[in-house]
Design a protein around this ligand. Structure first.
Ligand code: BTN
Length: 279
């Protein structure tokens, strides 16, 4: 007998909604964070940017159960099925000097990787802030600066694939927590969100309030979690040009240092491909 396994025959995926009671409990979140869950949104980054322009103080978090026009880095899109992922944005108003702002995307990717490691996933960061499991991308971040009458703000947008199936992922190099968990039930998105926000908050506070050494400490922690340094890479630069070389470090401004043709180029933006495993 042949058993058909068309999409229609599969058992429905269990994708419960976020637990609003947990998220609104007094001690669930770091002080100052306020979570709004919306059923559907085009882009949570766009929503939070609007709030920022209207003067909202830092700490607002908007989560979409279904994000339909998510924005990615380098003008890409980020789309996920309803309740299969965590798609959310956090409004921050950093008080650090403008020269330090480029660290925020790296700090955020580092914090997501740390939160996933805390719940047993062997997460690494690909410069600047893709989060990888087993070499595949499980989370992407888009950090955008917004000008507002109350001063500049940052919107930290995070997309994490939770129960997304292989068929639902847009590219072969992507993965989800469920796919990497060897058949275990998909983790609870509410608990994950609480853990991600705690990790982000902790790294953010340490960076802002850690005094003169805070950035050096962040640079050290980031380098330890970053899987790119030491690898042969191809960087697709915003100009469209590829840069081939070996990633040798991250400079004081968070730029990726790439050794090639007898010299070193500091890359501020680009899409990195890990070409060969680290020796
Ligand atoms: C990337 O890897 O290209 C970044 C993807 C960032 C996606 C997140 S999902 C929540 C937030 N809202 C958006 O529109 N984008 C970010």
């Amino acid at each position: 007998m042949t058993v058909s396994t068309s999409a229609d025959d599969r058992p429905p995926l269990d994708r419960p909604p976020l637990d609003l009671a947990v998220l609104s409990a007094d001690d669930a979140l770091l002080p100052g964070l306020r979570v709004e869950v919306v059923e559907e949104a085009g882009s949570t980054n766009a929503l939070v940017a609007e709030w920022a322009r209207a003067g909202e103080p830092e700490g607002l978090v908007v989560v979409a159960e279904h994000q339909t026009a998510g924005r990615g880095r380098l003008d890409r899109r980020w789309e996920t099925p309803p309740r299969a992922a965590l798609t959310f944005s956090v409004l921050l108003r950093p008080r650090v000097a403008p020269a330090s702002w480029p660290w925020l995307p790296l700090l955020s990717g580092y914090a997501v990787g740390k939160a996933l490691r805390a719940v047993g996933h062997d997460a690494a960061v690909k410069w600047p802030n893709d989060v990888l499991l087993g070499g595949r991308k499980v989370a992407g971040l888009l950090v955008e600066r917004v000008e507002s009458p109350a001063g500049p703000a940052a919107v930290v947008g995070i997309g994490l694939n939770v129960s997304t199936t292989r068929d639902e992922l847009p590219v072969e190099q992507a993965t989800s927590l469920a796919l990497e968990s060897g058949g275990a039930a998909a983790p609870d998105r509410t608990a994950l969100l609480v853990g991600l926000l705690a990790s982000l908050g902790e790294s953010y506070v340490a960076w802002q309030e850690g005094g003169a050494d805070a950035e050096a400490r962040l640079a050290e922690s980031y380098a330890a979690a970053c899987d790119t340094v030491g690898r042969d890479v191809r960087v697709d630069l915003p100009s469209g040009e590829p840069l081939h070389g070996r990633a040798s470090g991250v400079d004081a401004n968070g730029r990726l240092l790439v050794d090639h043709d007898g010299r070193t180029t500091a890359v501020a933006a680009g899409d990195v491909v890990h070409v060969r495993a680290q020796a």
